[in-house]
Design a binder for this molecule. Structure first.
Ligand SMILES: Cc1cc2nc3c(=O)[nH]c(=O)nc-3n(C[C@H](O)[C@H](O)[C@H](O)COP(=O)(O)OP(=O)(O)OC[C@H]3O[C@@H](n4cnc5c(N)ncnc54)[C@H](O)[C@@H]3O)c2cc1C
Length: 373
C-alpha cells in the first residue's frame, strides 16, 4: 500500500490540541508550531513570558515534521561558498554556532537524534573539485571535515553531523511547552496579524509581541516580503524496509539536490530533484507532484539500486531567500518573523526562533549576531 501525501516518519503520541475557542491575553503569541516556532515558545518561556502559540493544522504538520531529518552543521551554502558570501569570520562563527546547536539538540532530545556524521558525495568530477575546495576552506578554519571514499562514492565526511526524527522532536517540544504553561492551540489559523493582536476566526489573541515562525508561505502572511522570501515545494519518497543495512550515514548528493538516509528499520527516505522540476516547484501547493516523483522513483531504482516498493510519497513547503542567510527581523510594531532557511532549516530555524524571541522581548539577541546584518 502506498501513502500519498503522508510522511514516513513515525510520530509520538501527539498532545491533543484544541482550537482556540475564546479570546486570550498573553505577553507573546507565536504563529507556527514547527521546529522554529516551538524553539521560540521555549525561549519566550525562559524569558518569563506568558505564551500562546497557534498552528493552522497541528504540531509540525509542515516541513518541520516532514523533512529529510538531516542535521547538518553550517548554512544551506557549503562552507567555502558561505565564506565567499559572508566573509570568513562570520561564516566560520555561524558554522560553529550550528555545531553547538547540534550538541543542544542531542542533549535536549537524545532519543530522537543519532550522530554518526554525514557524507557529501560528488556526482561528477566538477563536484569533486568543489568538495576539495570545501575541504580546504573548512580545514583552514579548523572546522571538522575529512576526505571520504567508500561505497557511496567520493566526497567529504562531516563527523559531527546527525539525523533525527523531525516530527517526533516537535511532539516532545510541544508536550514540554504545555507542561511549562504555554497555551498551544490547533487547528487555529491566524487570519490577520496586527500590532498587539492576532485575529483567528471570531477570536483575538491580545499580546505585546507576535512572532511568526512560518518558513514556506511567509509571503502569504506578509506580502511585503515578496522578493525577499520565495516559497518552494520539496518532495520525498520512502521505501519499504530493504532488509539489509547499506548506508550508515545520511548522504547529500549532487550539491545537496538529492539526499537520502536509511532508517533503523532499513527503509530509505529520499528527497530531491527540486531543480529538475523547474518552475512548477516554486509553488505553495504542498502535495507531491508527478514529474519530481517520477525522478525520485528512477533515482531509487537506478542510482541507489533499491528494488523494494515505494511506500510513502510526500512534499512540504519551504522558503528560499536570494542569499545564504534567512530572513529574520521585524515586520511591524511588535511583530517579528523568520523564515527562508533555503531548504535546511532544522537547526538554523531553531536558532532563529530562539533569537527572535530574545529580540522581541529584550530588544537584542546575541543568538542572531551572525545571522542579521
Ligand atoms: C521534503 C523536505 C526535506 C527537507 N529536509 C531537510 C533536512 O534534511 N534538514 C534540514 O535542516 N532541513 C530540511 N528541510 C527544511 C526544513 O524542514 C524547514 O526549513 C524547517 O522545518 C522549517 O521549520 P519551521 O518551523 O520554520 O516551518 P514549518 O515547518 O513550515 O512550520 C510552519 C507552521 O506554520 C503554520 N502556519 C502557516 N501559516 C499559518 C497561519 N496563518 N496561522 C497559523 N499557522 C500557520 C503551518 O501549518 C506550519 O505548521 C526540508 C524540507 C522539506 C520540505
Amino acid at each position: 500500500m502506498q501513502h500519498h501525501g503522508v510522511a514516513a516518519w513515525p510520530r509520538d503520541d501527539q498532545s491533543p490540541l484544541q482550537p482556540l475557542a475564546h479570546d486570550l491575553e498573553v505577553d507573546s503569541c507565536v504563529v507556527g508550531l514547527g521546529g522554529s516556532g516551538l524553539a521560540a515558545v521555549h525561549a519566550l518561556l525562559d524569558l518569563g513570558q506568558r505564551v500562546a502559540a497557534i498552528d493552522s493544522i497541528g504540531i509540525a504538520p509542515g516541513a518541520a515534521g516532514r523533512n529529510g531529518g538531516f542535521l547538518l552543521a553550517g548554512t544551506a551554502a557549503f562552507h567555502h561558498d558561505a565564506v565567499a558570501a559572508l566573509g570568513r569570520e562570520r561564516a566560520t562563527a555561524l558554522y560553529r554556532q550550528t555545531l553547538g546547536e547540534l550538541d543542544a539538540f542531542e542533549a535536549d532530545t537524545p532519543d530522537v537524534v543519532i550522530r554518526r556524521g554525514s557524507l557529501r558525495i560528488a556526482s561528477d568530477g566538477a563536484e569533486l573539485a568543489d568538495c576539495i575546495r570545501q575541504f580546504e576552506a573548512m580545514r583552514h578554519d579548523a572546522l571538522p571535515v575529512e576526505r571520504y571514499e567508500g561505497p557511496e562514492g567520493e566526497g567529504l565526511l562531516f563527523p559531527f553531523d546527525g539525523v533525527f526524527n523531525p516530527g517526533w522532536r516537535c511532539d516532545v517540544l510541544a508536550a514540554r511547552a504545555i507542561a511549562r504553561g504555554a497555551l498551544l492551540h490547533a487547528p487555529t489559523h491566524a487570519d490577520a496579524i496586527l500590532p498587539g493582536e492576532v485575529q483567528t476566526g471570531p477570536h483575538r489573541i491580545r499580546c505585546r509581541h507576535v512572532l511568526v515562525l512560518v518558513d514556506g508561505g511567509l509571503t502569504r502572511i506578509f506580502p511585503q516580503l515578496t522578493g525577499v522570501v520565495r516559497t518552494a515545494r520539496l518532495q520525498m519518497v520512502a521505501t519499504a524496509p530493504t532488509g539489509q543495512r547499506t548506508w550508515s550515514r545520511p548522504v547529500y548528493y549532487r550539491h545537496g539536490y538529492e539526499y537520502w538516509q536509511q532508517l533503523e528499520d532499513t527503509s530509505i527516505v529520499v528527497g530531491g530533484f527540486r531543480d529538475a522540476g523547474g518552475e512548477p516547484e516554486w509553488t505553495e501547493h504542498a502535495g507531491p507532484g508527478d514529474a519530481v516523483q517520477a525522478r525520485l522513483d528512477a533515482f531509487v531504482r537506478d542510482h541507489l539500486r533499491v528494488e523494494v516498493p515505494i511506500t510513502h510519497r510526500w512534499a512540504a513547503s519551504v522558503g528560499f531567500t536570494s542569499g545564504v542567510l534567512p530572513f529574520v527581523g521585524g515586520v511591524g510594531e511588535g511583530v517579528w518573523a523568520a523564515g527562508g532557511y533555503n531548504g535546511t532549516g532544522n537547526m538554523i530555524g531553531a536558532i532563529c526562533g530562539r533569537g527572535i524571541a530574545e529580540l522581541a522581548v529584550t530588544g537584542d539577541s546575541e543568538t542572531l549576531r551572525h545571522l542579521r546584518d
